[in-house]
Design a protein around this ligand. Structure first.
Ligand SMILES: Nc1ncnc2c1ncn2[C@@H]1O[C@H](COP(=O)(O)OP(=O)(O)OP(=O)(O)O)[C@@H](O)[C@H]1O
Length: 352
């Protein structure tokens, strides 16, 4: 059913904590190389427990977790954790160490020499958008929440681990900063090809970031494992449907991208029409997300926006174009079920 060579495989994994609560029960789950798998579900459903069984912060009661084909229980847990990056909500930076020293933690444990460590720490700080010359000597208390989170990501990735585990990594960051971090993190992850398991309770974050999304319910039960668009347009059952609930249309807006298929042709453009007219954002680039296009449409003074390619106008997008695009997106995974396509429908704001 799935690729034969997962990077991580859960085989019939259960975890019952002393005292009796069963967090995860007979879980089978594959994480494929280079994918970002988002685990999402309500509080207490066993997401963090699942994640922590990979780096052995939690040991399964039964079943096996395989990393690159080997049972993680067979080796030394400390050596295992050096191969696995781990980012949590409050980052857990060492308060008395500078940013550079924090990022250099794993290289230090691995015995890298100073020059190599310094070079790699600088590289990683740049990757996460922090100028090493400015931030390297600061202490965690001298950073914003978002900056601390970036340092946490740099620290987790510095030794190029094949796997990164993230538990609510952007939870402590304000919504706007969170969106920016999500976009940047996704780019970094794709550039580096790191396999990521990300735990979140936020379905919107899960579908924006995940190549696939596993929706958990209580007891570590996977209700649906699917790509984001299918999940939003074809929930497998009532539990999933209820969980993705009201945010579904909004989430789908975040997944669609403006393509030429959405546009009125360039020939209808008025001669001399320009992108970025003053008094509102009236243009977006091809490839922008539907939610950016929707925001521009809602903020503009006309019933359409201009879509540009490298700054050059290539067509117009109006509300009905956006709507057709959303329907197409829904139809791409659910060709014969109009009721589900309906779920994708968002009523765009009309202007004046
Ligand atoms: N160390 C522990 N001892 C006892 N029970 C625990 C322990 N850790 C977790 N649990 C219980 O296991 C269940 C699953 O917890 P877990 O933290 O995995 O859920 P979660 O989905 O990550 O939740 P949240 O989103 O709230 O972090 C919960 O009922 C929790 O109370």
């Amino acid at each position: 059913m799935m690729s034969p060579d997962p990077l991580i495989r859960f085989e019939g994994v259960s975890k019952t904590f002393p005292g009796g609560s069963t967090a995860v029960e007979r879980l089978d789950l594959d994480v494929l190389p280079h994918e970002l798998l988002a685990l999402v579900g309500p509080s207490g459903c066993g997401k963090s427990t699942t994640l922590r069984m990979v780096n052995r912060l939690v040991e399964p009661t039964s079943g096996r977790v395989l990393l690159e084909g080997e049972d993680v229980a067979d080796g030394d847990p400390v050596a295992l954790r050096r191969r696995i990056g781990y980012v949590i909500q409050d980052v857990g930076l060492f308060p008395h160490r500078t940013v550079s020293q924090n990022v250099a933690t794993v290289p230090g444990l691995l015995g890298w020499d100073r020059a190599r460590t310094r070079r790699r720490v600088g590289e990683l700080l740049e990757v996460v958008g922090l100028d090493p010359a400015v931030y390297g000597r600061r202490y965690p208390r001298e950073l914003s929440g978002g900056e601390r989170q970036r340092v946490g990501v740099a620290r987790a990735l510095v030794a190029d681990p094949p796997v990164l585990l993230m538990d609510e990594p952007f939870g402590a960051v304000d919504p706007e900063g969170r969106r920016r971090l999500q976009v940047e993190f996704r780019r970094i992850q794709q550039d580096l090809g790191t396999t990521v398991m990300l735990v979140t309770h936020d379905i919107d974050e899960a579908v924006r970031l995940g190549d696939r999304v596993a929706v958990f319910s209580r007891g570590g039960v996977v209700e649906q494992l699917d790509d984001p668009v299918r999940l939003l347009t074809r929930p497998a059952n009532a539990t999933v449907e209820q969980f993705i609930g009201a945010g579904r249309s909004v989430s789908l807006l975040g997944l669609g991208r403006v393509t030429t298929a959405d546009l009125e042709p360039v020939s209808v453009l008025a001669v001399g029409e320009r992108a970025g007219e003053p008094g509102g954002r009236t243009s977006v680039e091809l490839g922008s997300s539907y939610d950016e296009a929707f925001a521009a449409l809602a903020a503009g003074r006309t019933d359409h926006i201009t879509v540009t390619d490298d700054g050059r106008p290539v067509g117009r997008l109006d509300a009905s174009g956006l709507l057709s695009g959303l329907r197409r997106l829904a139809d791409s995974t659910a060709p014969t079920e109009p009721a589900l396509a309906q779920a994708a429908v968002v009523t765009p704001a009309r202007d004046g």
